[in-house]
Design a protein. Structure first.
Length: 165
């Protein structure tokens, strides 16, 4: 039987990242993230957004995995992101002797969904896997008008064509 541990989220940061460095030179950034669960209220019949709060961790991994550095530099409370990641279960025993556990989302890639912050800075390099979700189409650059896909087709009336049926 196959297993899949993949998380796709669109939401907003609930707090600025907290960054910690390891003696080995690694780094982790932890931040809060909120997504909405849309549901219909059975009493009023109105649609309501129910927030779901998550804990996200981003690590520096490998040559191109500078997620913690990018989170530290560019993530701020309120920014909207698309995040791809996987779940990890943390388990420990508390000071009171109780066994505790929590699910954490480990970020594998991300994409900004809102406009740049006021200071105009953006990351110079995004993770390759975060460029665009599979199957998506890249938007045209903002300084160029969108290309007309039908511009090269002849401008003729379909009634003028010899259709064999």
């Amino acid at each position: 039987m196959a297993n899949l541990n993949k998380v796709l989220l669109i939401g907003r940061l609930t707090r600025d990242p907290e960054v910690r460095s390891f003696a080995s030179g690694g780094k982790v950034a932890r931040f809060g993230f909120a997504v909405n669960r849309r549901r219909k209220n059975p009493q009023t019949g109105q649609w309501e957004d129910e927030p779901v709060y998550l804990e996200i961790e981003a690590f520096n991994r490998g040559e191109f995995g500078r997620m913690a550095d990018q989170a530290e530099q560019f993530f701020t409370k309120g920014r909207q992101l698309y995040i791809e990641g996987h779940l990890r279960l943390d388990q420990w025993t508390g000071n009171d002797g109780q066994k505790r556990q929590r699910l954490v989302v480990v970020m594998d890639s991300f994409q900004f969904l809102d406009s740049r912050p006021d200071n105009g800075s953006t990351p110079t390099a995004r993770p390759a896997s975060a460029a665009r979700p599979v199957g998506s189409v890249a938007p045209p650059p903002e300084d160029e008008p969108p290309e007309d896909p039908f511009a090269e087709l002849p401008d003729t009336d379909p009634a003028d064509q010899d259709i064999p049926f």
